[in-house]
Write a protein that binds this ligand. Sequence first.
Ligand code: GLC
Length: 818
Amino acid sequence: MPRKSKERKKAEAKMLLKEDGVEKKFASKYGYFTADGREFVITRPDTPRPWVNVISNGDYGVIETQTGSGFSWRDNSNLSRVTRWDQDLIRDNWGKYIYVRDRDNGDYWSGTWKPCMPKYDFFEVRHGQGYSILTSKLHGIRLEKTIFVDVEDPVEVWKVVLTNQSGKKRRLSLFTYFDWCLGNWSDTHREFHKTFIETWIDKKNGCVHGVKRAPLVPGFISTGMTEKPLQGFHAANPKPVAYDGDKESFLGRYGEIHAPAAVVEGKCRNSEGKWGDASASLQVDVELDPKESKTVIFTLGSTRNREEAERIIQKYSHPRVVEQELHKVKALWDSFIHASEIETPDEAMNFMTNTWMKYQAISARIWAKCAYYQSSGGYGFRDQLQDCQIFFATRPELAKKQILLHAEQQFPDGTVYHWWHHGTNIGAITHCSDDLLWLDFITLNYLDETADDAILNAVVKFLPDPKTKEVASGTLYDHMLRAIDKALTRFSPRGLPLIGECDWNDGLSHVGTKWKGESIWLGHFLYGILNRIAPIMEKRGDKTKAAEYLRRAEAMKKALNTEGWDGEWYLGATRDDGRPLGSKKCETGKIFLNCQTWAVITGVADAKRARIAMDSAAKWLYKKYGPLLLTPGYNTTDATIGYITRYAPSVRENGGLYTHAGTWAIQAEAIMRDGEKAHQVYKSFNPATRGLEPDIYYSEPYVTPGNVDGPDSPNNGRGGWTWYTGSAAWYEVVAMNWILGIRPTAKGLIVDPVIPKKWPGFKMKRLFRGSTYLIEVKNPQQTGQGVQSVVVDGKKQKENLIPDLRDGRTHRVEVTLG
Ligand code: GLC
């Protein structure tokens, strides 16, 4: 214990550093959070990995790294990239760059760290919600680039403010540069792809246009198809003095991006046409008196036609509009952030819950469907369904839209696409056994939050029947039952659900390809769903079927507790040949986390079993940097398990911390009523506190990573796969609903905190069915749980429940624990 408190003291001391009057939270040598947690400020460019922002309005999107690298897309970050990019976490050297050149002495440098990597006199990057501000200072010139994506228009804006701090008059040229992609990511055969692209200079609008005359969907190049060109425009205000639309003209033969010929020589060459290698550059000349500042606005966007591009360029030719639109971006994010807020003694939890998890889940996962580590562009059936929980309280209509969108990806037999690219015919039919059930699980959660029973009657199409090609439709309720009915046909003779190609753990891809192997986790998951949907079915008059579901649930529970129990924990799975995974008999993959946590979450385990299973999870899986998904990691390829066995041990699903599943351990510990442990597990992978050891952790301190290497890796504790992870929405949900314990149910908000005993209490502002609740929880007896009283607007409640007032007003709730 004494060691722990010393560590804590050290961390707390680091939390608050005051320098130059700036309050810095969770500061490390690479950066810090602002006092309100809303911005992360990077103070040196060489962070251990690209520390990025994923900015999107749900249609147009941008990745911007602290080095100024990144790329842009419209609609689909995989199939319709506007600019070219290569995923290179070590060099991070593909981007849309700005160079500054001194016309009097020929000095040049880049305004962001890449591509010239200058030794700046000042460097700072601020990532906020919907925008980033990249500032540098060199040779007496301060350059501040604010980048944001408009809330509606498919355009990104770079507001570049140049300030002359050199004490003498300066004559500068700015040059921009990037390659047009205008198509899908796998633009590896550039010689082929570039033949479809044309660039042209449009002096009237101060713009270089690019168009790729090839359909969106890769592999379908045909003149017989309707041309759906992807168009891009890149404009500047004030108007450029010269342009380039060809890469060789700008870079020079064998030229490098850190020293492009046009910049070295000080002149773009006005190249354009169908014959070159498509790129875009604008040269804008600026003169600055001492202390003078001037603003240059660059836009980059992608529209369906020229007229729309011109409209947007015109709109942004007014600097006032830039400010207005940036203000709208901030207002949009404020609306999400201020709708629910917490104030607890754990400031890292406050920062994540109030701001960053919402931003990550919405901006990167649901809208961009993109990050640096994974640029998906597609929807994962289970993925964005789980993510949309982030909208439940604040924008339920967006959650509803997401649920119905996923319901449309179901075949009439109940099975679903594992993932798909919206608006195309591209989707993956796999034999994962759990995908289809997430529609039920998330709809049930949505109903708890909204009580919007009407969603069940929404009529949704099925995917065309693979045999007849007919397109049928049914209510969402019908879709949900078809998913369950299908799952109920896939059972082993011992009464356990079959795993198929995988369960939630995609990497268990070969466990049950012959449909003989079983999944214990899937049993827990399905058990919960059957019990939760049965009362709804009864209400709708489906009594017989509901009873049958409950009967199946009970039978399965029995099987899970006999066949699925390994003595000290629940088994992981069985293979097609019957051999177990996640058993004490196994040398690697001895124990699986989800099989323990979900037995508690859905109530498959009785109290005694739950204790044993969770103690085993703690003993084997809980590590300094979070709970491992399984242990020990597989160290040889095993064709009877799946592709995780090809990963290195302790990496991602092969025995690392998989943060998505890690969040469920927090929920399970809260259900076990252990506030210390729930909070300890929560804290063990909080990015803000992990960011205090940046050279171990590597990842951005403001968003969750998909995974953190476990102890069998030489990089134990290193995070990766940031932004694009299902953990963001869940990290928010488990903090709000399970540790702080304010949870939606049909009747109202249950009040059931399970917090650390020492916390004096916490405050929460929560939107629930249109009413705002300002909740203050006090913990005078240091029990951390147990509700003595709930007082709503001065009225003591009979139960620990905040009633469903639905009056659009604000209500005060006082809770006393003890
Ligand atoms: C990835 C997938 C998700 C899956 C998880 C575990 O995050 O997108 O659907 O459940 O990996 O394998």
